[in-house]
Design a protein around this ligand. Structure first.
Ligand code: CU
Length: 197
């Protein structure tokens, strides 16, 4: 599944169920508080050991929770499963910028340029403290840890410029640790790749 679609689906699914439950429970609570108030029902009814009721309120929430897990799990798998033809780019986080190293050893700072229509795999590492690599538009957010390789991938399916941020507080200039993702047509990318900076 396309991770962007999968994550959005999981988000809206869980939010939708939460909203329905919020309103459903609130309405039932208000209705019951009015309908069964003490002046009308002085003697409460004991409903303990009602098997049907207990089965219903155990089984239905369990099914709802499992479907939430399923939707979340599917989108997570989408984030971790990388297409085989993905282009690999090394990403290094350092106080306070992102360095990108391309297959031909070209290096850029705070600018990730990739060809349109390709899957991009990012091998992420930190060169000092903890950082976190985040592309909101592609729902990608992975920790950058010194001495440990992490990865992320996205499908570059839109031409344009997108934000890249650091989302792990890494020092005084953390807020300025910003970069741009630039998705350009493949021919332009190949030309750009050969250019000396
Ligand atoms: Cu950082």
């Amino acid at each position: 599944m396309d991770p962007v679609k999968g994550i959005d689906l999981a988000f809206w699914y869980i939010l939708g169920i939460s909203v329905i439950l919020l309103f459903g429970i609130t309405i039932v609570m208000i209705v019951f508080a009015i309908k069964y108030r003490r002046s009308k029902h002085p003697d409460p009814v004991d409903i303990r050991d009602n098997l049907n009721l207990e089965v219903v309120w155990t089984v239905i929430p369990t099914i709802i929770a499992l479907t939430m897990f399923w939707v979340g799990w599917k989108s997570y798998i989408g984030l971790r499963d990388i297409p085989e033809d993905a282009i690999e780019i090394e990403v290094g986080g350092q106080m306070y910028s992102w360095i990108f190293i391309y297959p031909n050893d070209k290096e850029t700072e705070n600018e990730l340029v990739v060809p349109f229509g390709k899957a991009i795999k990012l091998n992420i590492e930190s060169w000092d403290v903890l950082h976190s690599f985040y592309i909101p538009s592609y729902r990608v957010k992975v920790d950058a840890v010194r001495g440990m390789k992490t990865y992320a991938w996205f499908n570059a399916d839109r031409i344009g410029e997108f934000d890249i941020l650091c989302t792990e507080y890494c020092g005084v200039d953390h807020a300025y640790m910003l970069a741009k993702l630039r998705i350009i047509p493949e021919t332009e990318y190949l030309e750009w790749l050969e250019q000396e900076e």
